[in-house]
Design a protein around this ligand. Sequence first.
Ligand code: NAD
Length: 496
Amino acid sequence: MGTAHPTRDKTMQVTEELIRNVVERVLAQVGTGGSHNGSHSTCRSHRGRFGVFDNVDDAVAAATEAFEQLSERTIEDRKRIIDHIRRISIEQCVELGTMEMNETRIGRLEHKIEKLKTLGERTPGVEFLRSEVFSGDHGLAVIEHAPFGVIGCITPVTHSLPTITGNAVSMIAGGNTLVVNPHPSGKLVAAEGVRRFNEAIYRDLGIDNLICVIAEPTIDSADAIFNHRGVKLICVTGGPAVARAAMKASKRAIVAGPGNPPVVVDETADLDRAARSIIQGGAYDNNLLCIAEKEVFVVSEVFDAMMAAMDRAGAVRLNAREVDALTKVAITSVGEGSHKHDVPHKDFLGQDAAVLARGIGKNIPAKTEMIFGETDEHNPFVPVEQMMPFLPFVRVRDVDEAIAKAKHYEHGFRHTAIIHSNNVRNMTKMGRALDTTLFVKNGPCMSSLGLGGEGYLSFSIATPTGEGVTTPLTFTRERRCSLIDDLCILGAGARG
Ligand code: NAD
């Protein structure tokens, strides 16, 4: 065999790759040490870790070191860094999306892939940063948007790497670095994506660990991030428990919390368009989006026609007995006493419509995107954020009752609400009553994130804390720079 061996074969080429591998191994060994309580190590570098860490102290120390290096660089360098994240998300979307699907086992593969590609293409970057200027008789004041430093991020299992991708683009555009505690069920793809992003950035710009991830995330490591004095800001994307925990943290938190988006269909709606929209939004990634349609209130005048429109659009209707059977297996209770509440059963959460149907002994085509059925408002599918492609349709007297019930079952999350109507008064009434962060009219939920509608994209929509669809500016501090009496070149000014 003519295989080259490093120590025996004199003809072996000392390739660039070989040198790089050796250097990386040495750097990784040197960089395994850490610091405590957030004071970052000055004698040990974390280069070569490519952002993957065993503990929060080391991750924060590395992200702090990376932040100091990033602060010495230009805005153009930030753009170059983000371009690597975009390129990897787009070019490797099939491989990374498949990895995410295989690990989390929820959602739909084609949407896992599409989410990475779309976030790579559409998340706003440095172009979103803009300064404001006041000029007048007393000179000039410029307001610039400066970074916070290290941002602690908590990400959901529903979009593990996509959330990190979007957060990384927005936060680095604002000049920050990140330490991420991913959901334990999406930790492998999170670490692999982060490793690829950092490696590409390091090779091009020589900065490692701009995005750090905890390899074995736990509630304790999330708490350690919340309380670390090296972490300057928290950004949490997740359900009720983590949203509550972040709101109690001792530092500022941007909280992208849960939703239960209601849909209202009134008598003026284009029913076929409404049906297509409800399926497009509600079935996307098997209903995992926090903005996705979760329950539908239809006025009685058009209720039967709306159900027929859903049939025509390709959804499969369940009869009352089938709805009952699905409710029994797909929704379960957790907690004790006053804490007892319904949640989606993990065997059904994020599964295909055909899997849900099979769970009640019904065979439907594998490509079916959504199943649906008539329920009353007390069916658990109405209040619960089910995250599976079955939608309950509730018959209501008129639009006022529809809006009142939509408001009730949105639970005051102020997240997302949707109406299908051609009556602007009804739209206005619902918009005012629901008071949600996103209010969509006559389209699928994702059109509110610039996907088929106007506006821009982010997968962290800050609801209880009010920042809305996050952008690079969300992750910046305002700084004002004032020059007194000069540089306003209009008129005489205070100097005369
Ligand atoms: P989840 O709440 O179970 O987990 C989210 C993250 O929080 C995970 O990393 C988890 O490990 C962590 N976590 C959970 N409880 C915690 C606690 N007490 N302390 C610290 N960390 C904790 O949610 P999920 O199933 O991963 O994601 C789905 C939920 O996220 C849904 O409720 C959905 O609406 C919401 N979500 C919201 C947005 C948004 O932009 N507003 C985006 C995506 C998902």
